[in-house]
Every structure is written in C-alpha cells, then in structure tokens.
Design a protein around this ligand. Structure first.
Ligand code: ARG
Length: 456
C-alpha cells in the first residue's frame, strides 16, 4: 500500500516502480532527513498540532530509526519508494498511531528540499576543508624546497624562472578561490524550505522561521513555490565542484608532465604511483591522471543538472529527483581526488638540479637584458628589438646566447645576468616570482587561508 492509495484502484506497474524509486541512492540522506523531521516535529508541538508527549515519542523514534541506519540494520520494505517514505513508514511501525501525524502540514516536496539543503551544506563544508588541506600540502612542498626554482612557461615554452613555491602557490590561490566560492554558495543555500508544503504553504498554524532557526538556517523561504522548486543550490555546488575539478585536472596534467622522463622535474612517492602489469620499469602517475580524468564527470554532472532544470514549470516536478545522483557523485569524487592529490603532493620529491638547469637556459635572460637597457633609458620596444636580434644571431649561428652576449662589446656588461639564479632574484615586483617578493605573498596566502578557515 502506498501513502496515496486512497484515490487509486490499482497498484503501480513494476516498470514505473523501478523508474521512480530513489531509495537505492537517496538513503545516504537518512541523517539529514531525520534532522529535518525532528525540527518539524518540534514545530508541530509548538503549533499545538501535536501533544508534547507525542512529540517526544516521535523524536525518540526518529533517533531510533537513525540508529538502525547507522548500524546497517535498517530493513527496506517493499513499499519504501524513497528515504522519506522509508523513514516515515518505519517510524510509524515503531511509534504506533502517532506516526500518522508526522507528515502533518508537510509534503515530501518541502521535505526533500530541506533534507537536500542540509546535506549539501555539510558536503560543501567538508569539500572546503579538504581543499584547504591541499593548499597546506602545496605550501608544504614549496617550503620544503624553499630555494628551488624552475622555468615558468607560457605556451609550454620556457619563459622566465620562477620559484617552485611561487609556482605551487599559483595553484593554491585558485584553490582558495574555490573555497571562497563554496562558502559563498553555502551562505546562499542556507534558507529553509520547510513549511512550504507541496507548493502553497498550509492552512495549519506553523512557523517556518522557527524550524529554520532550529536547523541552523539563516532564514526561512519567502515564497513557497520557489522553496520547493529551487535547485540553484545544487547547480551552484556542482559548478563550484566542477571548477575545483578543473583546477585539480590542470594540476594533474602538470604532475604528469613533471614526472615524465622528458621533464624529470619531480617524482611521486611509491605509495602514490602504480606499476605496469607488463612493463617492469614503469612507475605511473595514475593519481594525477585520475585527477585530470575526473573533471569530465564533474563537468558532466553540472551540465546534466542544468539541462534537467531548464524546462521545468513551477513548482515541484518529479524530474527534480534527478538532482541527487549527480550531486552525490560529484561530492564523492571531488573528496576522493582532493585527498589523493593532497597525499601525492606530500609524497613529491622535486628534482631541483634538473629543473634549475632548465631554468638557467640562457635565453630566459633575454628579457633581463632588455629591462637593463630600459633602466639605462632605452624605450622598451627598442630594447626588445636589439635583444631579439642577439637571440636571432645565437639561434642562426648555433652559438650559445651567453657567448653571443659576452662577445658583443655593446652587451658584454650584461654577462653577470647569466649567473644561475640571477634572473630569478631580479623578479622583485609585488607578487613576482623571485625570493624577495615571496615572503609577502606567503603572508598574504596564510592570512587568506586563515580567514577562510574561520568561515568553515
Ligand atoms: N524522492 C522525491 C525527490 O527526490 C521526493 C519528492 C517526491 N514528491 C512527489 N511529489 N512525488 O524528489
């Protein structure tokens, strides 16, 4: 018997049942659903719709049901279509007649919207916390190799030398923005839909603001139809996760490059690499490749949700049940990738000898010569042209750029710029890649990180 059997003469076809059941995936919402139901029960007591004793019995019964889930003892009944019906069915079995009052002034429409907001609010906090751990790992690797530097690239062509910490901090800053975005989304989603009913509120004397406060929401809904049909919070969360996933994918791509024999800038620990079933010499950076690969599904989950939402008339439509799997999937996979990448970075050995040799490529000093000429009063375009000609001479003659400069009486005084690390040390402008600017950046990063941590 279904909860709505009153107006039906035959039961649901098996194919519709299979299509519409969601317990198989929404049971992970049990704790948040029970949290919402307990606040709802307290609200019914305050509204005089339940006796105090009835409320107490329902609350303790709901806790009992939660215990069954926690211990893996909950047994699904054939009629349990989704987590909400399963919990109500079981609570009614345990509490007896009063169970029939649990759903007073409530619909699954405002219930599921409430439950999912509570779930997403916690999920976002957890992801933000994990992202900060990855920031810490990046900072740790930078600090453990404080003087190490490498070529910075544009177009994947060597461009200018950068400190390793500067390079890794570039990723850290993008992660800090991700955390900021997640916490912003959390603030926006922190509005309670409970009390909106099916779509139009209720004739019963409930107080949505009070249940909202009890659940830690910043406010209650202003419009009951918006409350039950809004899934912006899912879309925003999926976007924030997708973008975070894109950042992790770029970091993964970089680790794949760095750990290749061609770059040989870094090695990952054995505990964060895999071997080959056939080739004995292989040590593969699968962790980085999976970080890169997961971005596809994270972006897919976002686009799937947006497409599902785009044609829906107000207010609740069953299509909305399709919000859950992409959300659960993205939350699960981003947490996996964040944890694995954190471990991978902490296991990283940076090959400073190789990376610095690449960064000491004489051509990377070309801009420093041009900037020296600017210091001496030459317009930059002229300086660029002159140094460009020198580079051209070196390229066409095959003579090392350092030698070309040293042998030209007009430029020989710039030979000192080719000393290893000299070009790096010259990068002192605010936010630049050299050691003198790096402390200010490190301080700013730490302050930003602390401010975000305080918001968790
Ligand atoms: N399992 C449903 C969902 O996730 C709960 C809401 C069902 N509401 C309804 N009117 N059938 O959306």
């Amino acid at each position: 018997m279904t909860l709505w059997s009153g107006r039906f003469t035959s039961s649901m076809d098996a194919t519709l049942w299979e299509l519409s059941e969601s317990f198989s995936f929404d049971q992970v919402l049990y704790a948040h659903d029970i949290e919402g139901s307990k606040a709802h029960v307290d609200g019914l007591v305050r509204a005089g719709l339940l006796e105090a004793g009835e409320g107490e019995l329902l609350v303790s019964t709901l806790d009992q049901v939660r215990g069954e889930f926690e211990r893996g003892e909950f047994i699904r009944a054939a009629s349990d279509e989704d987590i909400h019906m399963a919990i109500e069915r079981r609570a009614t079995e345990l509490a007896g007649a009063v169970g029939a009052k649990l759903h007073t002034s409530r619909s699954r429409n405002d219930q599921v919207a409430t439950t999912l907001r509570l779930f997403t609010r916690d999920a976002v906090t957890e992801i933000a916390r994990s992202a900060l751990r990855l920031v810490d790992a990046l900072v740790y690797v930078g600090a453990a190799n404080a003087d190490a530097y490498l070529p910075g690239y544009t177009h994947l062509q060597r461009a200018q030398p950068v400190l390793l910490s500067h390079h890794l901090n570039a990723h850290a800053w993008s992660l800090l923005r991700d955390v900021d975005r997640l916490l912003d989304a959390r603030t926006r989603m922190n509005v309670s839909p409970l009390g909106a009913g099916a779509l139009a509120g209720t004739s019963l004397p409930i107080d949505p603001a009070a249940t909202a406060a009890a659940l830690g929401f910043g406010s209650a809904f202003a419009n009951s139809m918006d409350a039950v049909s809004d899934r912006d919070f899912v879309a925003e969360t999926l976007f924030d996760i997708a973008l975070l996933g894109v950042h992790l994918s770029r970091m993964g791509e970089e680790l794949v490059l760095w750990t290749s024999a061609e770059f040989n800038f870094a090695r990952l620990g054995d505990d964060f690499t895999t071997g080959s079933s056939m080739l004995p010499q292989k040590k593969n950076s699968d962790v980085a490749e999976l970080a890169r690969g997961k971005a596809g599904r994270l972006v897919g989950n976002l686009t799937g949700l947006l497409v599902m939402l785009k044609g829906l008339p107000l207010a609740y439509n069953r299509d909305l049940q399709e919000d859950k799997e992409p959300l659960f999937d993205s939350v699960r996979h981003i947490n996996l990738v964040l944890a694995a990448m954190t471990g991978a970075y902490r296991s990283l050995t940076f090959n400073a000898v190789v990376a610095q040799a690449a960064a000491n490529d004489p051509y990377l000093v070309a801009i420093d010569i041009a900037e020296k000429l600017v210091e001496e009063g030459l317009p930059f375009r002229q300086a660029h042209e002159m140094v460009g000609k020198l580079v051209g001479q070196s390229v066409s003659s095959g003579v090392d750029f350092l030698q070309v400069v040293g042998q030209d009486p007009q430029f020989a005084r710039f030979s000192v710029l080719f000393e290893p690390g000299a070009a790096l040390r010259r990068r002192q402008s605010p936010g630049a890649s050299g050691p003198l600017a790096s402390q200010a950046q490190a301080n700013r990063l730490a302050t930003t990180r602390e401010a975000l941590e305080a918001r968790l």
